[in-house]
Write a protein that binds this ligand. Structure first.
Ligand code: TPP
Length: 247
């Protein structure tokens, strides 16, 4: 018998995600990390609007459901008044990048000592699969029915690379949940991000590539394969910035 992985105690009950969705895996990883770092009773989650909002219903943890796209601004305020708490904003790509890009980027610009986890499923999942700033070239969505035309709408945004290259932030990485190995790597990224907040190093962001079988019109297995075979060629996995802390 292999060692069983214990469910983190702040996970209260099953969450309402579609079969094959990646959100549940990512939330589980965040909770495992918080427990391992002894922060599970010290965390506050500013939560975005979208499928990410379901985090609120499944955890025994302090949380605040923010206006659409504004979680990074709320997170900055929480950290300012309560610096001893660990602040983890949890948002989708549509929320953090399309709708809330001003708040998202300004928090990075100011190097706020918060952690942002963005779930990139290349569309606005909750509202039925509209195009977002991470929709792939030629990808069909309900608002790009002939396939995304990037000459008209811009190219998919690579947020961790952007802030890592332009701002003096602490940590930026992109993970994925398409395989056990990528899940374990993603967990290590989330751990480094939260540790950097605990060390007062500043802003940390982990984007996670996540399947959305329902809106991609795929089976769960096909959706995982899409990440492996298509998405990570464009959305490269890895760490883009890691501050060297002088001890
Ligand atoms: C101000 C405002 N505009 C639009 C909406 C509708 N809305 C709800 S969820 C959502 C999309 C969220 O997409 P994303 O952040 O990518 O998260 P996902 O559901 O894919 O995880 C939108 C547009 C809203 N609730 N409020």
């Amino acid at each position: 018998m292999g060692k069983t992985r214990k469910t983190p105690s702040i996970i209260d009950k099953p969450m309402n995600f579609c079969p094959g969705c990646g959100h549940g895996i990512i939330i589980r990883l965040i909770c495992e990390v918080l427990e391992e770092l002894g922060q599970d009773n010290n965390v506050i989650f500013p939560i975005g609007v979208g499928c990410s909002s379901n985090l609120g219903g499944g955890l025994v943890a302090d949380r605040f459901h923010c206006s659409h796209g504004r979680a990074a601004a709320v997170a900055s305020g929480m950290k300012a008044v309560s610096p001893e708490n660990i602040i983890v904003s949890y948002q989708g790509d549509g929320d953090a990048y399309s709708i809330g890009i001003a708040e998202t980027i300004n928090a990075a610009y100011r190097n706020e000592n918060i952690t942002v986890v963005t779930v990139n499923n290349t569309n606005f999942g909750m509202t039925g699969g509209q195009m977002s700033w991470t929709t792939m070239p030629k990808q069909k969505t309900t608002t790009s029915q002939l396939g995304r035309d990037c000459d008209k709408t811009g190219y998919p945004m690579k947020f961790p690379e952007l802030v890592a290259s332009q701002f003096n932030i602490a940590y930026a990485a992109r993970g994925s949940v398409h395989s056990p190995a990528s899940i374990n790597k993603t967990k290590s990224y989330i751990k480094k991000a939260i540790e950097s907040q605990m060390n007062n190093e500043g802003y940390s962001v982990v984007e996670v590539m996540s399947p959305c079988p329902v809106n991609w019109n795929m089976t769960p297995v096909e959706a995982m394969d899409r990440i492996k075979n298509e998405l990570i060629d464009y959305f490269e996995l890895g760490e883009f910035k890691q501050r060297e802390v002088i001890k």
